[in-house]
Design a protein around this ligand. Structure first.
Ligand code: DC
Length: 225
């Protein structure tokens, strides 16, 4: 079969990464989590005390960031200057820093180059915010996953509960709203649905239902390439 790409975009908490990992396993293709790359730049800034309001400082720091990505079996491992940071980037703080650095064009250019290289020569499913609109504009399948703020808040609270953490629902909701605001309204490659993307509202769907729906779409589209 010919090589193909699947682009999954959508706001934080819409279920992109869970669904994309599952589809990668089912189809035996590579899974690329682009949010992890922005989180890694964010983590570098946090660790090195770089002010997230100072764009020129972040751009200078880029030269000191060596990012390596290992892909296998629907999983992604990410290394920052030789350190495996796959788990360390999964904090609320790194997510917030990721959203801030993602607004800076040279950061995006550096990471988009890595992302396109990873997609070369393989069939991939890649998730993020600008995959269908910018990174892989020729992707055979483009999906825009969405869910209400209320449902995304509930999912995040559930995740925190599973990790044994305490939370404030109103605060979580505010963080989700703020993240949407910064990802959708930035100047360069903001989060938006590609014109040829299929939108799926996952608010009241199970993971299995979303995976099943996307697999059907993939089967239909891939037959044609
Ligand atoms: O998917 P995530 O929550 O791990 O992404 C973290 C942040 O990275 C997100 O708020 C915006 C940014 N991002 C982006 O701008 N473009 C992408 N393709 C992926 C993520």
């Amino acid at each position: 079969m010919k090589q193909y790409s699947i682009a999954i975009d959508g706001p934080a908490g819409s279920g992109k990464s869970t669904v994309a990992k599952e589809i990668a396993k089912k189809l035996g293709i590579l899974y690329v989590d682009t949010g992890a790359m922005y989180r890694t730049v964010g983590l570098y800034c946090i660790k090195n005390g770089i002010d997230l309001q100072q764009q020129s400082h972040i751009v200078s720091a880029l030269k000191k960031i060596d990012m390596k990505i290992e892909l296998s079996d629907g999983m992604q491992m990410i290394f920052l200057n030789g350190e495996n940071v796959t788990q360390k980037i999964r904090t609320q703080e790194a997510g917030k820093a990721a959203s801030a650095v993602a607004a800076i064009l040279p950061v995006r250019e550096k990471l988009v180059e890595i992302q396109r290289n990873l997609a070369k020569g393989h069939s991939v499913i890649m998730d993020g915010r600008d995959i269908g609109t910018n990174v892989l504009p020729d992707a055979a399948v483009k999906i825009y996953l969405n869910a209400s703020v209320e449902q995304r808040t509930k999912r995040r609270c559930y995740e925190l509960a599973m990790m044994g953490k305490t939370w404030d629902k109103k605060q979580i909701e505010q963080q989700i709203i703020q993240r949407d605001e910064s990802d959708m309204n930035r100047k360069y490659h903001p989060l938006k649905k590609a014109e040829d993307a299929i939108e799926i509202d996952t608010s009241f769907m199970s993971i299995e239902e979303v995976v099943f729906k996307i697999l059907n779409i993939v089967e239909e589209k891939i037959k044609k390439i």
